[in-house]
Design a protein around this ligand. Structure first.
Ligand SMILES: Nc1ncnc2c1ncn2[C@@H]1O[C@H](COP(=O)(O)OP(=O)(O)OP(=O)(O)O)[C@@H](O)[C@H]1O
Ligand SMILES: [Mg+2]
Length: 253
């Protein structure tokens, strides 16, 4: 049974329909990426699943259980957490206080030490900066903090909206590596990225969203070579994208 399953999800802002009958699922312990161009509806989709936006049409199941009228807080209690676009850390609080707040949203009982330690092992840089004000962290460090804060809620399913936005290639690699470690620890991950080829390198499977509809899906390997994906991304993507676009001399491997 999938960790998360979405069926027939549609959403409109006023009269403008931006999601139209979206279906996808994520199995336990998988990383699935949702890729698609600007305005495709990726952020809206994550926000509806996490209930930052109201679910009006469609079904969202967590381990087979219908989440019906759940609020965002209910979803968090059921183990689904969203790391929204733009990091949104509390700049005037220390790194550690930001992390402790992440624990509070899940109403976790007991001592925080083990939870903090798990985050600090994944992101040693946050341990070094635990007393620094979050607002003075670099962009990449703030992204680590946003992920760490979600980890403090002990999620089963983590949704991430463009965690690599605006980061250097090395920082993108570190974030992707952290997500891979989280998956190894059993967290199921839905990753929204414009950095499609970086996302596909990490993910097990992916879906291509275009103007509110899923227009392609498959293993990361297949999607990375899919003509539609390449058409959407090559030339418009900001990353290296064309790593194997056929420009390598024949015989090279
Ligand atoms: N609050 C809003 N009110 C009206 N329209 C909105 C609102 N938020 C998003 N939209 C529109 O909905 C569509 C989907 O937006 P969304 O942010 O979900 O796309 P996206 O795939 O995340 O894009 P990007 O890659 O640029 O982040 C866009 O056309 C956008 O202009
Ligand atoms: Mg977006």
């Amino acid at each position: 049974m999938p960790a998360l399953e979405v069926r027939g999800l549609s959403y409109a802002y006023g009269s403008m329909k931006v999601l139209d009958g979206v279906d996808f699922h994520v199995d336990e312990g998988e990383i699935v990426t949702l890729i698609g161009p600007n305005g495709a509806g990726k952020t809206t989709l994550l926000n509806v699943v996490a209930r930052s936006l109201r679910l009006r049409e469609g079904t969202v199941l967590l381990r087979g259980e219908d989440t019906g009228r759940c609020s965002q807080a209910d979803m968090v209690r059921r183990g689904l957490l969203l790391v929204p676009e733009g990091r949104q850390v509390f700049g005037a609080l220390s790194v550690e206080d930001n992390l402790l707040l992440g624990r509070y949203v899940r109403r976790r009982e007991g001592r925080a030490g083990a939870d903090l330690d798990r985050v600090y092992r994944l992101f040693p840089r946050l341990r070094e900066r635990s007393r620094q004000l979050a607002g003075t962290l670099s962009g990449g460090e703030q992204q680590m903090l946003a992920i760490g804060r979600a980890m403090m809620g002990a999620p089963r399913v983590m949704l991430l909206d463009e965690p690599s936005l605006g980061l250097s290639p090395q920082m993108v690699e570190r974030i992707m590596d952290a997500l891979s470690q989280l998956r190894d620890q059993g967290v199921t991950i839905v990753l929204v990225e414009q950095n499609a080829f970086a996302a596909l390198r990490l993910a097990d499977r992916g879906y291509l969203l275009q103007t509110g509809r899923i227009v392609g899906s498959g293993s990361s390997e297949n999607l990375a070579h899919d003509p539609t994906v390449r058409h959407v991304y090559l030339g418009s993507a900001t990353d290296e994208g064309g790593d194997d676009a056929g420009s390598a001399p024949p015989g090279e491997s």
